[in-house]
Each structure stands twice: as structure tokens, then as C-alpha cells.
Design a protein. Structure first.
Length: 336
């Protein structure tokens, strides 16, 4: 297996690297393997993870000095990841069974953070991930999930921290009856750049997936949402859908929404959609007539729009955590 930096730099023509090329997200020069401080995990036992031939995963593996393993079985765990130093990185291996909930909060003032996660789900796992990094940090996130027979993975992401963010999330439904539900909410402000790439693969039939991503973009921020949904040959009976919606709050903000389908089976349900629109002035006027300031009215609309990304998430605990953290974030922006 090739190791970084033997791996070729991916071209921008690739779906994954179109809007945030590897050269931009790498913390130094692309040929370098810099020193890194370890992410401080609040729980977990020491573990090891195999290398990867995918460049971002291989890079995080090459610089990481910390790898933790979390084993969940019919329990709820809150996991804090503290990131500090010029460059900070770590790897996390998650094994979940029964009916479990995991809440991951990523915070700290690291200049650059790299996080790689590999997860296996047997039963039901409700996962909440909150990006609460400092507003000037860079963040690279790579995840690979395998969902077992008759098992469910539902994950919710609130991306509100960091200045330059790149996420590459891949889910493989390899067993009959496997289900995945995902909700991603991204709040753009100042000149924040947030790029989410999600790949969902239906390797076998009678599997279900649902992806909803909502992004708000203010000031000169930029949101990117790209999705690759693959239904493999012979995966009949699969049901899949993904939708990307963007709310533009200023003339200088930008949003890209690119869902992509590759359907190689006949008896399937597959749907995708994307839409971008400015904030509704009539909604602002209605709320202003009820005594709210323009900033308060905008924040209320943003809250409702972003929380709607989690409409498929069944875990009330996960949704509650997301709402609480989003409200705190929006209040900090208004008072900042």
C-alpha cells in the first residue's frame, strides 16, 4: 500500500476536490508530513488504525500520534475532542451495538485540525457531531461507516466553527435491511468556507438512505455540498434520496449544491434535488411587524431553516443537543 506522500495529488476535476483542492486544505506544503499535536479525547482506549490509499485519510494517519477506540452498547456517551497547537490530529474507531447515542463535540483553538473516523454499526446508532472550533482554524474531517444487517445509522452534523472546513463522509450499506439517515446544517458567516462531500453506497439491495443538507450563507461565506449516491448492480429494492438547500443572506455569499446519482439497478427508488434562494423579505417584514429587529428576525429564520435539516433524525436527544448548540452559536454571532 502506498503511503503519503507517495500518493498523487488529486486533480480538481475530481468531484471530491473541485471546490477545496488538496493544496488548499493541506496545512503546509503538500509534500511535507509535519509534526502534529494529538487531539485530546475525553474517552476511549488506545487503538490502531490501518493506513489508506486515499490522500486525506493517509495524511491524517501519517501525522497522528493519537488513535482511540470507543465501544458502545445500549448507552449514551458524550465525547469531547479538544484541539490545540499549530497542527492537531487524531483518529477514532467507533464500534456500536444495541441502541446507542454518541455526541461528539470538536472544539479548541488549533490552527489546523485533522480527524479521521472509522465506524461500524450493529443495531441503531444516533450520532451528533458539532464543529465548534475557533473561527480562524482549518478543519479536515474524513469518515468511513459500515452499517450491518437490519441496522441503522443516523447522524446529524452542526458545522458552525472553523474558517476553512473540508468534510469527506462515506457510508457503505453492505447488508440487507441497513438504513442511514443524515442531516447536515452549516452556518456561513464572515468569509467562512464549508465544504461537505458525502458518498452513500448501496452495495446490496433492500437498503435505505436519506440525506438532507441545509446551509445558510451570510457576508462573503461559501458553502459547498456535493453528494455521490451509488446503487450498485443487483441492489434492487433500494430506496435512496438526497436534497441540498441553501439560504443566501447576502449578495456576496455563494453556495454550490451538486447531488450526483449512479444507479445500476432497475427496481429502486432514487431521488435527488438542490435549491438555492435568498431570504424571504416578506418573512423578515412579518417578524419585524411583531417587534423583532432585523437581526433577530434573520436569526429566527436561520434557526428554523437549519433545524429543518434534522427532520429525518428520530433521536430527540440528538435534535435537542443540536438546537441548544445552534441557539448559543446564533446568539454569540448577534452579540459579537
Amino acid at each position: 500500500m502506498m503511503q503519503y506522500p507517495q500518493i498523487s495529488i488529486p486533480p480538481r476535476s475530481q468531484h471530491l476536490w473541485r471546490y477545496t483542492p488538496w493544496k488548499r486544505i493541506h496545512p503546509t506544503k503538500v509534500a511535507e508530513v509535519p509534526e502534529s499535536d494529538p487531539i485530546r479525547f475525553s474517552s476511549g482506549v488506545d487503538s490502531e488504525m490501518n493506513d489508506s490509499e486515499e490522500i486525506a485519510r493517509s495524511f491524517i494517519h501519517a501525522i497522528s500520534k493519537s488513535c482511540k477506540k470507543i465501544v458502545l452498547k445500549d448507552e449514551t456517551l458524550e465525547l469531547d475532542l479538544r484541539c490545540s497547537g499549530h497542527i492537531c490530529s487524531g483518529e477514532l474507531n467507533i464500534e456500536s451495538s444495541g441502541n446507542s447515542t454518541l455526541i461528539i463535540r470538536i472544539s479548541g483553538d488549533a490552527g489546523w485540525t485533522g480527524l479521521r473516523i472509522i465506524g461500524n454499526v450493529e443495531g441503531t446508532l444516533s450520532l451528533a457531531t458539532i464543529n465548534d472550533l475557533a473561527s480562524d482554524g482549518h478543519f479536515l474531517r474524513c469518515e468511513d461507516w459500515d452499517v450491518g444487517r437490519d441496522s441503522e445509522l443516523e447522524f446529524a452534523t452542526l458545522s458552525a466553527g472553523g474558517f476553512l472546513n473540508k468534510s469527506d463522509i462515506r457510508v457503505d450499506l453492505t447488508n440487507r435491511g441497513a438504513q442511514m439517515r443524515a442531516g447536515i446544517a452549516s452556518n456561513g458567516y464572515s468569509s467562512r468556507h464549508d465544504d461537505h462531500h458525502i458518498e452513500i453506497k448501496h452495495s446490496i439491495g433492500h437498503t435505505d438512505s436519506s440525506l438532507v443538507m441545509h446551509a445558510t450563507c451570510d457576508d462573503s461565506s461559501h458553502s459547498v455540498g456535493t453528494g455521490l449516491l451509488t446503487i450498485c448492480e443487483g441492489a434492487d429494492g433500494s430506496d435512496a434520496g438526497q436534497v441540498f438547500r441553501n439560504l443566501l443572506l447576502s449578495e456576496k455569499s455563494r453556495a454550490e449544491a451538486i447531488p450526483e446519482l449512479e444507479v445500476l439497478a432497475d427496481d429502486v427508488k432514487a431521488a435527488h434535488g438542490a435549491a438555492s434562494a435568498p431570504i424571504d423579505v416578506n418573512q423578515i417584514h412579518y417578524l419585524a411587524s411583531r417587534g423583532l429587529s432585523h437581526e433577530e428576525a434573520s436569526a429566527l429564520i436561520v434557526e428554523g431553516f437549519l433545524m429543518d435539516a434534522f427532520r429525518e433524525i428520530k433521536s430527540e436527544e440528538v435534535v435537542s443537543v443540536m438546537r441548544t448548540r445552534l441557539l448559543v452559536h446564533l446568539e454569540c454571532l448577534m452579540n459579537g
